[in-house]
Ligand binder design. Sequence first.
Ligand code: SIN
Length: 438
Amino acid sequence: MDAKELNEVIARAVVAQATWRSLTAGERAARLQAWQSKMIEHTDALAEVVTLEQGKPINEARGEAVYAAGFIEWFAQEARRAYGDTIPSHRSDIRLSTIKQPIGVVAAITPWNFPLAMIARKAGAALAAGCACIVKPAEQTPLSAVALQRLALEVGIPGDILPIATGDAVELGSVLTNDDRVRKISFTGSTEVGGLIYAQSAPTLKKLSLELGGNAPFIVFSDADIDRALDAAMFAKFRNAGQTCVCANRFFVQAEIYDEFSKKLARRVEQLVVGDGIREEVQIGPLIDQAAFSNVASKVNEAVAEGAQILTGGGPHACGGLFFQPTVVVDAPASSRLAREEIFGPVAALVKFSEEEEVVDMANASEFGLASYILTENIRRAVRVSEALECGMVGINTGAISTEVAPFGGIKHSGLGREGGWQGLDEYLEVKMIATGI
Ligand code: SIN
């Protein structure tokens, strides 16, 4: 699609939205619920598309299809709860209330790492609220978006309410950000691009949701249950070959258990099955493209040159191409890019710490603030540290924090707004106050 075609899509979305918003919440909910059922019915087909175009293992892709369907179901249910307020008035001759109304035509600019779920998380909320949602999927994963839309069309969600705009990100992004008819943009992707969208959207004063980069600390205290900490680490680090925004990125392990934890982690990581994701037994697929591969490889190589030690992995996998070995690195210098920056690959870099206050400072010494993980059996410490960490989400003794029923999002350079939970619907609604003289 080019800019001219996208302009026509926006024009049709404006017209279609006027009808869509006039449906009752229950009518919109019924269509969304039917879409969710179709997605569940076609889980295997959707998963195959995801694995073939994105590379994640088929089991994870099935999980993503179900996760995506969960957002549609959740927002179908939330559609009926977009309540307003009645407000005790400041005057006896005036009554005050609020209603919530759809923001209008919105755009969802979505990433390649969860090519179904990130669309569902945005479009589910938008459609439930009564908005039209133009989806601009990542250039690496357009087919997953088209597959989702096809199922939506089958249940009577009009194509002009959920159009898919495949094409050049800069060209189409510029149309979406500059067009006054698009009243909101929800973007998931890098902080760099998020900043551009923020700036480009300023002249038309759009509402924005930005789910951007992360640099999650994973803090293992010496009082942690080690097996549990290892389970959490494997999930939080190696899901999607380390290519999620909430991946554990900086492992801080307390000195007393540093050697034991790092050796046990390396043993588990060595057992991961790498290969073609379409094979059932595979747990780690390829990285998304050459730039991603080079980024991971150069960070590991630089850290080793600066004194880090490889416990397992460390370089290209024997499968060749874009496959990188699942890797555990210890003692990466604090100054190395591996210890400081988001890795976005299957590499766990461990750093030793001594005291609680010290590790909270280390964890917070990042411009990002998306997810954090704490592993401890001490409830007082868990509460203290979870409150002190600068981030939008904390996992205590778990690496699995993502769900449709709770708010997902970050602070600082990790973005604005929340997706999922009841908060996710509000992102697509405007509050209108009504003062009635009596
Ligand atoms: C992301 O990487 O942006 C999303 C991950 C998730 O939903 O768990």
